[in-house]
Design a protein around this ligand. Sequence first.
Ligand code: HGY
Ligand code: MN
Ligand code: MN
Length: 415
Amino acid sequence: MQTLDQTVVKHHGKRALERCQSLAGISEMDGAILRQYLTPEHKRCNQLVAIWMEEAGMDTWQDEVGNQWGCLASDNPGAKRLVIGSHLDTVPNAGAFDGILGVLLAIELADIAHQQGINLPFHLDIVGFCDEEGTRFATTLIGSKALAGNFDPGWLDLTDVNGVSMSEALTAFGLSPEDVGNARLPKDDVFGYLEVHIEQGPVLEAADQALGVVSAIAGAKRAVIEFIGQSDHAGTTPMDMRKDTTVAAAELTIAIEQIAKQCQHNEVATVGYINAKPGVANVISGYSAVSLDARAQSDDDLELLLYKISRTAKAIASERQLELSWQWTHEAETVACDTKFQQQLLAACHANGEDSPVLTSGAGHDAMAIAPICPVGMLFIRSPGGISHHPAESVIPEDVEKALAVMYSAISSID
Ligand code: HGY
Ligand code: MN
Ligand code: MN
């Protein structure tokens, strides 16, 4: 297992962090980071990443759903492909490293191999996924699911807050909605997928560890739970004659927190928003939508959590004589990371002087969407304060350098 010279690690680690800040400047929001799928910012980001990939000696292309690719080809034309990547899109008011750092570290790896004239036994493919967060069209892992052949054509009709459909947005971006299925990777070509990502949680910091190897990624389901009641006058409608959906939404929100807190295996459930309509002070809301993001370390735990929440939602609707409907918007099963990749990553950590732990991921990642077509592995980088999905998201430069050194050692051990 090869290790990198410290000066090389420092140079490339530093440049990856500088480039994170360059991409942070490509944002739809003034003074904050937001980069959504199929926007001009997505296009500008892909163009800049493509330049960096080409400087690293890679052939580049953008696929049919808007993922940005680079390939450092092996001399062996019949070689298999190792894909290393993460996502280039962000949540609103994001940090500079969630997803982004994983793509840029992969490009530094390719540049090191290119500069050293290493002939890899596999084609090194790097991918910057177009939409992991699902911020614009309320469905996530679009780019990575497309690679696995799981792009749902129904997504083309999803609309953003401005009523623009994904199909229209693809066309405006210069892509053809009818071609999105072609982004699918030929299953036999790819022998594995690796992803470096910030932990986005407190575990590595609490263990005073720079890096961690991921054993499994929590399963998740997202839904919009809708209460339908009766809009009415806020001044003339007696309290016992109301079909008030905002109160029902608030009652369910509190209940969801209580249900998750009473679970025993680190289940989590989050209401990110309540959307009441018509949403004015002097009208009782006849419609309220409650977003639900539920996660667990096993599919059985997730199903039990969702059953309890569903039962409570029904009881609230019945008690308040409201209609209830669920719109499922996302589902990702719990994914186990490949044992061999875990061993190779742990060995690479040890070869670089790190006694890194193994941990599970509460956050979802593109690796879960790739898992159906090839073995996946993930390396986590410590998140100071456990902060993420927030401008205060940060990394320790020395940890980033260690991650680069470990990834170099890991891929050098792949035959
Ligand atoms: O929500 C998640 O788990 C990921 O950050 N998209
Ligand atoms: Mn994220
Ligand atoms: Mn992420």
